[in-house]
Design a protein around this ligand. Structure first.
Ligand code: G3H
Ligand code: 13P
Ligand code: ZN
Length: 306
């Protein structure tokens, strides 16, 4: 099978990006795989440390193996926001295709030293490593930062040289979770341009890229939910990052959680007599598949790229 590097190079050349879709249950994983297969799109399937703990190592590895074997589109299992050498080592040893070491909250020198240590270990086993420089705003479980600290373009070049990292997550105005902006969404394309000048043709990653679709917020709220003032990054801006810049990986979690929740709430509300989770999860799964298909087609441009 072609590896992740092959697809990153192809993405840089042809102006598309791979979706990195987070999952924390089998329904979401199946929905992502189904959308990718129908769209003939490569994708990254990502698990955070907390998702890893929630599902369990064996559950993830064995189920992903089965899904990958049946899926006609290439899927790459990725550790999202690994915070320590030990968790990154565990993911490498478990057979993940790619890992992220996120030491972005540490001072530069510490970030370099931990990222390099992880790269040395992972590269030895042929595993791809993503690092992060700069910090995203927002709060999402164990990823929490008060305000934006944009990536310093000069430091980005130094960071890549010193660590030998394969791709770099940059902070240019996105944030994790459902409450990204109070006013209009903005991205600092000027910083992105500077980073790209210092790191030509280098694969960049955008975290916190959910657009928080009003359609799903409304379904949630119309079916007993209470989500107020949620706002994501506009898909037009993310599209620009994909089409005009070197962003080859777009991380999406919140949008899938919203879609899944919307489906479950709607199904439960409309069928109060039902207590079979296979029935109410089905609509959640369908909504997740719809969102992934939409992102592939309109945002990532990764359709028919396998
Ligand atoms: O970037 C963070 C991801 O959305 C993971 O969040 O730790 O709640 O799984 P989580
Ligand atoms: P969202 O919260 O915008 O979906 O971001 C997800 C993410 O960056 C996962 O690493
Ligand atoms: Zn993230």
């Amino acid at each position: 099978m072609k590896n992740l590097l092959y697809y990153y190079k192809k993405a840089l050349k042809s102006g598309f990006a791979l979706g990195a879709f987070n999952f924390s249950n089998l329904e979401t994983l199946k929905a992502i795989a189904s959308a990718c297969e129908k769209s003939k799109s490569p994708a990254i399937i990502a698990v955070s440390e907390s998702a890893l703990n929630y599902m369990g190592d064996e559950f993830i590895v064995e189920n992903v193996k089965i899904i990958k074997n049946h899926c006609k589109a290439p899927l790459f299992l990725h550790l999202d926001h690994g915070k320590s050498f030990d968790v990154c080592k565990k993911a490498v040893d478990l057979g993940f295709d790619s890992i992220m070491i996120d030491a972005s909250s540490s001072p530069f020198e510490e970030n370099v030293s931990l990222t390099k240590k992880v790269c040395d270990y992972a590269h030895n086993k042929g595993i791809f490593v993503e690092g992060e420089l700069g910090q995203l705003a927002g709060i999402e479980d164990n990823v929490s930062v008060e305000e934006n600290h944009f990536t310093n373009p000069q430091k980005a070049k130094e960071f890549v040289k010193l660590t030998n990292v394969d791709s770099l997550a940059v902070a240019i105005g996105t944030s994790h979770g459902a409450y990204k902006y109070q006013g209009e969404s903005k991205l600092r394309f000027d910083i992105l341009v500077q980073i790209e000048k210092n790191l030509p043709r280098f694969p960049l990653v955008l975290h916190g890229a959910s657009s928080v679709n009003k359609e799903y917020v409304d379904i949630i709220n119309n079916n007993g939910g209470n989500i107020k003032n949620a706002k994501g990054v506009s898909e037009e801006l993310t599209k620009m990052a994909v089409q005009m810049h070197n962003v080859v990986k777009i991380n999406i979690d919140t949008d899938l959680r919203m879609a899944f929740t919307a489906g479950i709430r709607k199904s439960m509300n409309e069928n109060p007599e039902n207590f079979d989770q296979r029935k109410y999860c089905l609509l959640g799964q369908k909504y997740v598949e719809d969102v992934v298909s939409h992102k592939i087609k309109y945002l990532l441009n990764s359709e028919n790229k396998i």
